[in-house]
Design a protein around this ligand. Structure first.
Ligand SMILES: [Zn+2]
Length: 156
C-alpha cells in the first residue's frame, strides 16, 4: 500500500497557510456537533475547502493525486467528482472527529460512497465519544491509515 505520512504540525501549518481561519471555523462547527450529540445537517462540510491540500499530500512524483484506498488517479479539476475528503473514522460514528484534519484522507467516489461508507472495522471496543489520541490509539483499526506517521502497519 502506498503511504503519505505527514506529521500533524505539518498538516495544520499547510491548512493555516492556505485557509487561515479554517481551524477557528472548525471549532465552531464541532461545537454544533457536540451540542447536537451527533453529526447533523447543521454541521457544515467545511473540510471540502481542504481538498487541494490533500491533493498535494497524496500526489506522487508526477503531481497526480491518488485515492488513498484503491490508488486510482484522481482528477484535480474543480468540478470533478472523482476525489472527496473522506473521514477515515466515519463522522456518523466518531462525530467528535468530524473537524479533525488528522481524520481526513482523499478518496475516490467509488471507495468513499460505495465501499467504505460508514464502515470502520476494529478489533476490540470502539471509543466513539473521545477526541483523545491516546484513547483512539487503544483501538486496533483493521484499515490502514496511509497519512498517519505513527501507523503501526506501515512501519518496516
Ligand atoms: Zn478508490
Amino acid at each position: 500500500m502506498i503511504s503519505y505520512p505527514i506529521a500533524t504540525d505539518d498538516l495544520n501549518n499547510r491548512i493555516r497557510l492556505r485557509h487561515p481561519s479554517w481551524h477557528q471555523r472548525a471549532e465552531k462547527e464541532l461545537e454544533q456537533c457536540i451540542t447536537d450529540g451527533h453529526f447533523s445537517e447543521r454541521c457544515k462540510p467545511i473540510w471540502n475547502k481542504l481538498k487541494n491540500i490533500f491533493e498535494t499530500i497524496q500526489s506522487g512524483h508526477n503531481g497526480r493525486p491518488k485515492c488513498v484506498y484503491c490508488e486510482s488517479y484522481l482528477s484535480k479539476e474543480k468540478r470533478s467528482a472523482h476525489g472527496h475528503i473522506d473521514h477515515f473514522r466515519p463522522k456518523s460514528l466518531y462525530y467528535h472527529l468530524s473537524y479533525n484534519p488528522r481524520n481526513y484522507v482523499l478518496a475516490c467516489t467509488i471507495c468513499n460512497a460505495s465501499y467504505k461508507r460508514n464502515h470502520f472495522p476494529i478489533e476490540g471496543t470502539q471509543n466513539l465519544n473521545t477526541m483523545s489520541e491516546d484513547e483512539l490509539e487503544s483501538e486496533k483499526p483493521l484499515l490502514i491509515h496511509p497519512l498517519d506517521p505513527n501507523e503501526p502497519n506501515l512501519q518496516v
